[in-house]
Design a binder for this molecule. Structure first.
Ligand code: RIB
Length: 297
């Protein structure tokens, strides 16, 4: 089963700081480094490293050819990644001493995805394939409707959460992955249990994976709930951990693995990803994930 990912590609500028900048304040960064990122690219690479057959769709500028090469080096198909007359998207990431981040995203070429491009790409995919997307590219509602109509299984990680997320489209998704803050925004509820109950009442056909950082994750769907504990890690940078989880989870589903196995593998992958600086480059290979699963027994 193929995975078609309509997603962003960013160049991440990571500034290491003692603490995050406050309003009206100027602080000096201790270090600046440049990495490949973007929620879309990160999720494609994670799904590819997990063994999925992944097609990345979107737009970069001619200054982002290294991102295309990185995707290809990871076995991702890039024929649907257009080189557009616009600068590549980028992110400015503040990284504090605890490995936590604050992110500003500039969409750049990611913002050029349009309905015509989406239609042309979707025509090459068929019922049963997976369509994955986030919320860093435009036309998310259009993608979801068109993919659903064509019989694809839609896996949506509506992140970053904002007013562009159309709640009505959640019902057309096969599976939605969100964190607790995103869950609170979507359901108006606070605790994980309340979020899950409200989501199930509103979207009974849609499976939900609620990620809870160091408290693990919970799957809810078809009247079942499955809990997965987080794997222990020594984090230096949590950027991209959620993307790693989503990409690994989607790839496991595409290979016909059970939800229990997909949650376990995705959680281990996310934990390992936090132990290195950067987003895409910190996503572990399946061999590294298996090693973590083995040693964590
Ligand atoms: O989820 C992490 C990603 O968010 C970063 O790679 C950055 O590019 C932003 O899109």
């Amino acid at each position: 089963m193929k995975i078609l990912n309509f997603g962003s590609c960013n160049i991440d500028y990571v500034y290491k700081l003692e603490r995050f900048v406050s309003a009206g304040e100027t602080v000096s960064a201790k270090e600046l480094s440049e990495h490949a990122g973007g929620k879309g690219l990160n999720q494609s690479i994670a799904a590819g490293r997990a063994g999925g057959e992944v097609y990345h769709a979107g737009n970069i500028g001619s200054d982002g050819l290294s991102l295309k090469k990185l995707l290809e080096d990871n076995g991702i198909h890039t024929e649907y990644l257009r080189i557009a007359p616009e600068r590549t998207g980028h992110a400015i990431i503040q990284l504090d001493k605890n490995g936590e981040n604050c992110i500003i995203v500039y969409s750049g070429a990611n913002g050029l995805l349009n309905e015509r491009q989406i239609d042309e790409i979707l025509a090459d995919f068929s019922a049963g394939d997976i369509c994955m997307l986030q919320n860093e590219t435009p036309c998310t509602s259009y993608v979801i409707e068109a993919a659903h109509k064509a019989g694809l299984r839609v896996i949506w990680n509506p992140s970053p959460m904002n007013e562009a997320v159309d709640r009505n489209k959640l019902a057309l998704c096969s599976c939605v992955l969100i964190n607790q803050t995103e869950g609170q925004y979507l359901t108006g509820k606070n605790t994980p249990g309340e979020i899950i109950r409200r989501f199930a009442a509103l979207y009974p056909q849609t499976e939900l994976v609620l990620t809870l950082g160091s408290s693990g994750s919970i799957y809810s769907g078809g009247g079942r709930q499955i809990r997965q504990a987080a794997f222990r890690a020594e984090p230096v940078d949590t950027t991209g951990a959620g993307d790693t989880f989503t990409g690994y989870f989607a790839a496991c589903l595409s290979k016909g693995e059970t939800i229990e196995e997909a949650l376990r593998v995705a959680s281990a992958a996310a934990a390992v990803s936090t132990e290195q600086l950067g987003a895409a480059n910190s996503i572990p290979t399946i061999a590294q994930v298996n090693e973590r699963l083995r040693t964590a027994q």
